[in-house]
Design a protein around this ligand. Structure first.
Ligand code: 13P
Length: 293
């Protein structure tokens, strides 16, 4: 058998995880099989609702009261991600529950002349546990790039315990040209560049194909699985087998109570990032409790 020669693009930089990078992901299947035997691929499901630009504080309060009163699966990590103005209400309302609160964005600078932006310290003071980085709507409408994602991830890991949720995903045109693997692989590579294995093991990556967001058109279970596996293989190439085995990868894009079960049954899908269907407690509860009949 001929072995692929690992394509090494980055120089060694001391203790960074990517010093031994193997960007082709050579040996991925074998490595994952042995991680599985060691029980390292038992990842806790994580389901997050991203409210985007929806809900006032009063509506947040109403949602939280209804949602936390529901009988929610304790085996699933649950997160509500809300606009900045709702976050104190959200954190207060969720205190004492096992439901986490998350922000939709953060700036990579600590403070300064960045009108309209919010800093990490501001989020830390409110007490959020999670923060989305590089959502496709931020990339599309607000100029977010892989580079800004990398800066934000570095800032979050350097100065907080907040768990970032990095979003990646291709446009329809990219998929039509058959370039989705390469495109998403590059997004992951550029955003994670410079992080350590400890950082990456803690974070969540969300695969959200842009053509499936808010369109009602979900990726098939196979399409979603294939891309989550591409992402895991990229993490393997950059940070090694153990990191690839433990990092959690979500699918997002028109996730609903009707399709969550099929998606969650896939080997490399560890959770979901839910937009529209997270706005009502009843439909979000059905998604969180996908394991129950
Ligand atoms: P929808 O579930 O509304 O398609 O949104 C997905 C999304 O962008 C979550 O971040």
């Amino acid at each position: 058998m001929q072995h692929e020669v690992p394509k090494t693009k980055w120089k060694s930089t001391g203790n960074q995880g990517w010093e031994k990078s193997n960007l082709n992901g050579a040996g991925y299947e074998e490595a994952m099989a042995s991680m599985k035997l060691m029980g390292l691929t038992e990842r806790k499901p994580v389901i997050a609702g991203n409210w985007k630009m929806n809900k006032t504080k009063a509506e947040t309060r109403e949602f939280v009261e209804a949602f936390k009163a529901m009988d929610l699966d304790e085996g699933v990590e649950k997160i509500l991600i809300a606009p900045y103005t709702d976050l104190d209400t959200l954190v207060e309302g969720l205190a004492g529950t096992d439901i986490g609160a998350g922000a939709e964005n953060v700036h990579y600078e600590g403070s300064g002349a960045f009108t309209g932006e919010v800093s990490l310290d501001m989020l830390k003071e409110i007490g959020v546990g999670y923060c989305v980085v590089g959502h496709s709507e931020r990339r599309q409408y607000f100029g977010e790039t892989n580079k800004t994602c990398a800066l934000k991830l570095k800032k979050i890991f350097a100065d907080s315990d907040i768990v970032p949720i990095l979003c990646v995903g291709e446009k329809l045109q990219v998929r039509e040209h058959g370039r989705e693997n390469e495109f998403v692989g590059e997004q992951v590579e550029e955003a994670l560049l410079g992080l350590t294995v400890e950082d990456v093991r803690k974070m969540i990556i969300a695969y959200e194909p842009i053509w499936a967001i808010g369109t009602g058109e979900t990726a098939t279970d196979e399409q979603a699985e294939d891309m989550c596996a591409v992402i895991r293989k990229k993490v393997y190439g950059m940070f090694g087998a153990e990191t690839a085995a433990v990092v959690r990868i979500q699918y997002g894009g028109s996730v609903k109570p009707e399709n969550i079960k099929g998606l969650m049954a896939q080997e490399d899908i560890d959770g979901a990032l839910v937009g529209g269907a997270s706005l009502e407690p009843a439909s979000f509860e059905k998604i969180v409790d996908y394991n129950r009949e």
